[in-house]
Ligand binder design. Structure first.
Ligand code: SF4
Length: 492
């Protein structure tokens, strides 16, 4: 795709799509590999992605390989959506966005403003489904030895990383900025990245894939905390075992003391736990965090028990200890001296351990790209950028990234989050300033676009986009996503 706004010097042409302003030799690409000098013209190297609505989304099926009954010239009706992937960037953005495309949807004139935004203020939030300990909260996360982010507060069954951001992109050494940019781009393009965490583990993260912690692929996320696990499975343990301890780094559960055990009439067992008792049957800090039983550092579960109370416990008492994923379990019976002796897990308890595993979901990594559509990017949409912000806030303008829905943060600005797993592949690029390049589309009624000061003289009909032009790539829209041009009036 040819970029009109270039300036030439002998043999070389100058790209002005970002602040680097590369001079590019004939046959060569610029520093970001996104633009190249092709026979003296500046071209966008990657294909421009156009989504085709699938039948399940209410669209007419158009095969990738271009069906025989397709006329081969124009983009078809509202079953196509022009994304910003490969669309190009205008810099500085007082210039109109590369594509401002109108179409009629449900009898309403709509417009989609399309640009590849350059995001200096961006990062990713990573959710890693594991209760294995990755590192202390706020610990530095490193890629290739460089600081690229930190461990943030964990969520239910998942560890969370906050990576990138302007501090690492621009506030450290040149290498730190480059590695951070590479890391963000790889993660956002669903490629694997290995991290080391200060005082913690090594983890390989890839969107949509299980995490690999210290070389071990995680299979399942926990069913719940130790207390929740007691509540969920108490009835299945009743009468089959006298005591159950569900080992968890956060809240370890004890059946006989827990409210669930009380309601089932399970008698006291004289068990004594290490750690800090929170409420009946719920214990904090029974061990140190780690990558073993229930996200603790223990390999022998008996290390979290003190001797049983001899006034209450009895020889032959049956004790099951299990982790929150069911990955670890051990069965004991007390001998005459009330010492637990490990025995084979009885058949009728195996089912309950299997049930814990069965109720665990597959462990995955999820990567959310987060960025702020800044003043310059918004100026490519309208001459009065704050009106775009207000329009997004008032839900008059829909924001998508490569056709995928985004979450817009409340408050000032246009700060978005998008699940990179819902976007077409290789949707992200970079420029060496360093900053990430991410596709962003703004869709609204044509009348609203005019009202917010849009570049009406640059609006072009969808039918004017020549789908046969070199550098266009047609993809079936993901069935996971709502159709980005849907109005809600008969459209999905
Ligand atoms: S880094 Fe890329 S976008 Fe920026 S000027 Fe060079 S070729 Fe153009």
């Amino acid at each position: 795709m040819v970029n009109e706004s270039t300036s030439a010097v002998p043999d070389k042409i100058r790209c002005d799509a970002c602040p680097v302003m590369c001079y590019i030799k004939p046959g060569a690409a610029g520093a970001c590999d996104r633009y190249a000098n092709h026979d003296g013209k500046l071209v966008r190297v990657d294909p421009h992605v156009i989504l085709e609505r699938t039948v399940s989304q209410g669209g007419k099926l158009v095969p990738f390989n271009r069906s025989e009954d397709w006329d081969g010239r124009i983009v078809q009706g509202p079953s196509t959506f022009v994304t910003a992937i490969g669309a190009g960037t205008t810099y500085p953005d007082y210039k109109p966005a590369p594509f401002i495309v109108s179409s009629e949807v449900d009898g309403v004139d709509m417009v989609t403003v399309v640009t590849e935004g350059i995001f200096s203020y961006c990062g990713v939030k990573v959710k890693i489904d594991t209760d294995r300990y990755l590192g202390p909260e706020t610990a530095t996360v490193r890629a290739q030895g460089e600081a690229v982010g930190h461990v943030t507060t964990s969520e239910y069954g998942s560890q969370m990383l906050s990576l990138g951001g302007v501090h690492h992109l621009t506030g450290g050494s040149k290498k730190e900025g480059r590695v951070t940019c590479d890391t963000l781009m790889d993660l956002s393009n669903c490629k694997p990245v290995e991290f080391t965490i200060d005082g913690g583990a090594t983890v390989v993260v890839q969107a949509g894939q299980p995490p690999i912690v210290n070389g071990v692929k995680e299979e399942r996320m926990r069913v719940g905390c130790g207390s929740a696990t007691i509540g969920m499975f108490a009835r299945q343990w009743h009468d089959r075992v006298d005591e159950v301890v569900v080992v968890d780094d956060h809240i370890t559960g004890v059946l006989s003391e827990h409210q669930a055990g009380k309601l089932l009439g399970i008698p006291e067992t004289g068990i004594r736990m290490k750690g800090r008792r929170s409420t009946p049957g719920r214990y904090f800090k029974v061990a140190e965090p780690g990558t073993s039983w229930g996200g603790t550092n223990i390999t022998d579960p008996l290390t979290i028990l003190d001797p049983f109370d001899s006034e209450v416990a009895w020889p032959g008492l049956r004790l099951l200890m299990v982790s929150t994923t069911g990955d670890h379990h051990a069965y004991f019976e007390l001998d005459e001296s009330l010492t637990p002796v490990e025995k084979e897990l009885p058949f009728d308890l195996r089912e309950s351990v299997m049930r814990i595993k069965e109720n665990c979901e597959p462990a995955l990594c999820t990567v959310l790209f987060m960025g702020g559509a800044g003043g310059s990017l918004r100026a490519g949409v309208t001459e009065n950028p704050v009106k775009l912000t207000h329009s997004v806030r008032d839900a008059l303008t829909r924001v998508t990234c490569g056709g995928a829905p985004v979450y817009v943060w409340p408050g000032g600005g246009i700060t978005i989050m998008v699940d990179v797993g819902r976007m077409p592949e290789n949707a992200f690029g970079y420029v060496p300033t360093p900053a990430l390049v991410a596709p962003i589309e703004f869709t609204m009624k044509l009348a609203d676009y005019a009202a917010l000061g849009g570049y009406m003289d640059h609006v072009r009909p969808l039918a004017s986009i020549n789908r046969d032009e070199d550098g266009r790539k047609h993809l079936a829209a993901s069935a996971k996503n709502p159709w980005p041009l849907a109005t809600g009036k008969g459209e999905k």
